[in-house]
Design a protein around this ligand. Sequence first.
Ligand SMILES: *Cc1c(COP(=O)(O)O)cnc(C)c1O
Length: 421
Amino acid sequence: MPSGDLPSAPVAAAPAPAPAPALFAPHTGFTHEHFGFGTLAIHAGANPDPVTGAVIPALSLSTTFKQRAVGDFAYEYSRSANPNRDNLEAAIAALEHGTHGFAFSSGSATTATVLNILKPGAHIISVNDVYGGTHRYLSKVASSVGVDVSFVNLEDAGNLAAAITPNTQLVWIETPTNPTLKLVDIAAVSAIAHQHNLIVVVDNTFLSPYFQTPLDLGADLVVHSATKYINGHSDVVLGLAATKDDALAARIRFLQNAIGAIPSPFDCYQTQRGLKTLHLRMRQHGVNGQAVAEFLAAHEGVESVIYPGLASHPQHELAKRQQRGFGGMVAFRIRGDTHTADRFLQRTHLFTLAESLGGVESLSELPARMTHAGIPAEQREALGITDNLVRLSVGVEETADIIADLDQAIRSAVKDNYYHK
Ligand SMILES: *Cc1c(COP(=O)(O)O)cnc(C)c1O
C-alpha cells in the first residue's frame, strides 16, 4: 500500500491486552516424582524468563512492584516475596521432596525464625551435639523469652520419650552431628515425636538433600545453612527450609515476612547457581571423604577416625539405611596433643585452616579451640571433642592430591612430637 493511503474501512479495535504473564513464576512441574536429583537441581525454579526468554532469570532488584489495580499484582514488596527468592525456594522445596521452600538471610536466621512457631512456655528437645550457633540461640536467646530447652543424647532414639514433658512442642535434630559425626535415627525419633504431636525439625546442612531427605523419613521441617554445601563456593551466607505440611508452611511464610530476615536477590541468585551443581559436587565430596577416611584409618600418625562410611563407625548400619552416601566431613584424632594438631593444621598446603565447611576447597580446623571453644571443657570431653580432634571438610580437589597433602602434614606434625615434649 502506498504511503499515505489509508485503508477505507476503520481498523478493528485492538483486542484487550492479555493479562500480563506471571513474570518469573517458578516452574511447578519439576518434582521428585518425575525427575532425578540432578535434573531438579538444574531445572526446579529455573524456567526461562517468559518475556525476554533469558535462560537465567534477571536479578530482580526492585523493592516494589506496579499493581494493575488495587490488590492485583504478581509481586507486591520484596520482603514479602521476590522473583529470585521464589526461584530458589522452589528449588529447595523440590530437592528436599517438600512442597514449600523458604529462604532466609543465614542458617541462623532460619533457626531463629522457625523457633518463633513456638508458643510461650514451650519446651524444646534438642540433640546435645548440636551446631554451636544453634546451641547458643537455644540456651541464650530462646530461653530468655521463656522457651525451656533440654539437650539430649539422641544417638539412642529411645532417650527421647523420657525427655518429653507436657510442654514439649518441638524436637531439633542434626545428623550427622558436628564435629563428632554421631547419627540420629530420623524415622525413629519422628515416630516417637509424632505420638506426642511434636514438630520434628532436621538440620540437614552436613549431608545436603543429595545424601539425605529427612521429610521422606518423617521429619516435618528441614533446615539448612546453605552457606555450606548447597551454595558450595564459600561466597554466600544464606539459610533455607522446606516442608510438605501446608499449615506449618503458612506459619513460616507469615514469620518470614513478619520478622524479615530475608536474603538479597543477588544472594538467592548466587545460591541457586551453586545449587545447580550440588549433585556433581556431592558425589566427589563423598568419593574423597571415603578415601580420606580409609587413608587416615590406616595411618600410623592417626589415633582414630570418625566417618559414617567406615565399618568402624558405631552407627554405620544406620548411615547406610538413612543416607544415600556419607558426605565430605571427616574427623580424626592425630597421634599427639593439641600442639601436634596445631602443627598439622599449619603444615597442610591444600587444606586451609579455617572455620566453615562444604565448599569446593578443602578446609581443616580444631573444634576444641575454634568452632566449639564456647562449650565448657568437661562438656566437650563428654562429647568426644578432644584437644587433638581435627575436623576436615574434604573438598573436591583430586583425591590423590588431597591424600598426599594429609600424609605429609601428619608425618611432619607427629615427627616433631619428640622435639616438643
Ligand atoms: C553453619 C551452620 C549453621 C548456621 O548457619 P549460618 O549460615 O552460618 O548462619 C547451622 N547449622 C549447621 C549444621 C551449620 O554448619
